[in-house]
Design a protein around this ligand. Structure first.
Ligand code: ADP
Ligand code: MG
Length: 647
């Protein structure tokens, strides 16, 4: 044990951040807010809380460190507990949803930003904390952005109380930590806080792009890993994938292929890392590979800046991630696989050069790299403002128009969203959150979809509601290659519902399930099987959410599918249009002339009223995801909305 403690001490003192220890302590003591920027792996997350603890900054409260990801919170807390030398849950603890190891005595507490927001509800001044470290600030998740504004105002409130003579209140220190250099924005927001740059070590990394775009990046990652293993010098491989299923399937493939390696080549050991995993398995990624073997770490973008894995010389970058907790189509969290930003690609590359010169294999072309966005857009700018408002209201911010956003949404946008939330019955006449609104805030989908799910419980069609929402989460489940458009259209007739797209999608899903997602069947029927797998993934997650919310996700309306359309109308009453005498459709909101998109089942058809999932403007206002309604349903669906309109 003593030898281990000595090792840990040596490790701590060898980290790049160690030379800045005293100055960090001094700056945090002297300033209310400090911004610290440092290369991934320099020691920010594990060391700074300990420095502040050693400097006596936990004397009047806990030092908290927030993380966007659960796995990171757990993993880092365990590591720091070990370095501090007490079992996890004593001096050092963590708190994530459904798992809280921290105790009253915890001096350092790692937690997800979601938990911190929840604690705010019962401790409005966060009095149990002396220092709040907002880590991974560069990720700009909606929750971190809200936290920025909240802790900023709490710090001011506490300072004002102290000024007014309250002896029982202590000041709050804020530390912002980021792995990317663009820290001015954070500094400006926190009263021009001092920015400290921690220099890391970085060896050169050679980048190798593919010449051709790859159709299946899991497959190319497999091939690349074995090439590295057979041709390159020792050093572990880190492969960036998008989620647990991909990680597990690549793990299996590697194990299968490794059997065929010539006996002269050492073993290649896959080490997956993802959320739902026991900690012994997770610790394996930090332990050196046995002599003569090579590890291949299979990770999501958690390995980009949150967790540093030692001994990586080779990075394999698939160029994709699950969009940072947000799928703009239905506003669900962490689902759609999307291209990463240039800044992410550079971070991934950097992971190969921490300890020695490295190689980075990008499984995409140089052209594709050039087309990537420079940075990912902050969630608050991408996401539906209505979800942001619900989150704010749920954390006790009564007037979101007065909230101190780092990136401020427009006032008119905010007001429009408040009106819509009122019509959805999420807010009452005074603008306060209703019971429905509280439930909607807890759902990880945009408010209209959340309303559909809540309504489906009453109408007993939760199964169908979940299925259709999942189907709407991808651009389209149909594929229509231009050379075979007619064949594709013909294939689609089989699934066609006269009521429109919602039920056509549902029919297609049923058929897909009856053949167990067979790929040949998909090809013959012009179904995009990759998108379909996403749909199944979303469905699985929605089922879990509904179960957690105490609903029965299996409740089905059987063949009475009209009910499902009524249920959708409860969330999408704003997306409706009425047939005009001149055979055009006019939207109820805003009175736009809208055209049914040619990809819709109802293209060229006349129905008295229609509901649509989205409005896209190209040459004119097209509506997609269209179903027919009876106009009498409208006022029943949203009395607050249509009631006001008639008055
Ligand atoms: P930063 O926050 O600046 O990216 P960290 O404080 O997370 O850096 O990491 C500092 C060092 O601690 C890294 O070298 C990392 O490999 C090591 N480390 C972190 N967690 C563990 C762990 N669970 N086991 C072994 N080493 C770890
Ligand atoms: Mg860190």
């Amino acid at each position: 044990i003593i030898a281990k403690a000595k090792d840990l001490k040596k490790h701590r003192e060898a980290l790049p951040i160690y030379t800045a220890r005293d100055i960090i302590i001094k700056e945090v003591k002297e300033n209310a807010c400090v911004v610290i920027v440092g290369e991934t792996g320099s020691g920010k997350t594990t060391q700074i809380p300990q420095y502040l603890l050693e400097a006596g900054l936990a004397a009047h409260g806990t030092i908290s460190v927030t993380q966007p990801r659960r796995v990171a919170a757990i993993n880092l807390a365990k590591r720091v507990a070990e370095e501090v030398g007490t079992p996890i849950g004593q001096k050092v603890g963590y708190s994530i949803r459904f798992d809280d190891t921290s105790s009253k005595d915890s001096l350092i507490k790692y937690m997800t930003d979601g938990i911190m927001l929840r604690e705010l509800l019962s401790d409005r001044l966060l009095l149990r904390y002396s220092v709040i470290i907002l880590d991974e600030a560069h990720e700009r998740t909606l929750r971190t952005d809200i936290l920025f504004g909240m802790v900023k105002s709490i710090q001011k409130k506490r300072a004002d109380m102290i000024q007014a003579g309250r002896r029982d209140i202590q000041p709050l220190k804020i530390v912002i930590m980021s792995a990317t250099l663009d820290a001015e924005k954070f500094s400006e927001y926190f009263y021009n806080a001092k920015i400290m740059y921690i220099s890391g070590r970085m060896f050169p990394v050679k980048i190798l792009n593919t010449v051709e775009p790859q159709s299946d990046y899991v497959d190319s990652a497999l091939v690349t890993a074995f090439q590295i293993h057979q041709d390159e010098a020792p050093g572990d491989i880190l492969i960036f994938l998008t989620g647990q299923e991909e990680i597990e399937s690549l793990e299996k493939l590697i194990e299968e292929y490794a059997v065929d390696l010539p006996p002269t080549v050492g073993k290649l050991i896959p080490c997956p890392i993802f959320a739902a995993q026991d900690s012994a398995t997770q610790q394996k990624i930090f332990e050196p590979a046995p002599h003569g073997t090579r590890k291949v770490i299979l990770a999501t973008n958690i390995a980009e800046t949150s967790i540093t894995i030692p001994n990586i010389r080779y990075v394999v970058d698939t160029g994709c991630h699950k969009s940072r907790g947000y799928n703009a189509k239905i506003g669900i969290e962490s689902l759609l696989v999307e291209p990463i930003s240039k800044s992410s690609a550079r971070q991934r590359m950097g992971r190969a050069g921490r300890e020695a010169p490295g190689l980075c294999f990008r499984l995409y072309t140089e052209d594709s790299f050039d087309q990537l966005d420079e940075d990912s857009i902050p969630e608050i700018k991408r996401c539906n403002l209505e979800s942001a408002i619900l989150s704010l209201k749920a954390t006790g911010i009564e007037d979101p128009t007065k909230f101190d956003f780092m990136d401020r949404p427009s006032k008119s946008g905010l007001l429009k969203s408040l009106e819509h939330l009122y019509a959805l019955e999420a807010l009452d006449d005074t603008g306060a959150l209703t019971e429905i609104g509280k439930k909607m805030a807890a759902f990880p989908v945009d408010p209209p979809y959340a309303k559909v799910l809540l309504q489906s419980e009453k109408m007993e069609c939760t199964k169908e509601a979940i299925e259709i929402i999942s189907l709407l989460s991808v651009d389209t489940i149909f594929s229509a290659p231009s050379s075979k458009r007619e064949e594709a259209n013909e294939a689609r007739q089989k699934f066609m519902s006269l009521d429109g797209d919602h039920l056509t999608l549902l029919n297609t899903l049923r058929a897909y399930e009856s053949v167990k997602g067979d790929r040949d069947w998909c090809r013959e029927n012009f179904i995009n099987s990759r998108h379909m797998r996403h749909v199944m993934d979303v469905r699985k997650q929605l089922i879990e959410f509904c179960e957690r919310a105490g609903m029965d996700p299996r409740k089905s309306c059987g063949h009475d599918l009209e009910i499902v359309l009524k249920c959708f109308l409860a969330g999408f009453f704003q997306n409706t249009a009425l047939l005009q005498p001149d055979s055009t459709y006019k939207s109820i909101l805003g009175g736009l002339t809208v055209s049914i998109h040619p990809s819709s089942t109802l293209f060229g058809k006349k129905r008295e009223a229609i509901m649509y999932n989205e409005l896209v403007f190209t040459t004119k206002h097209y509506i997609r995801g269209v179903s027919a309604l009876e106009s009498a349903w409208l006022s029943q669906a949203a009395p607050k909305y249509f009631g006001n309109r008639h008055a």
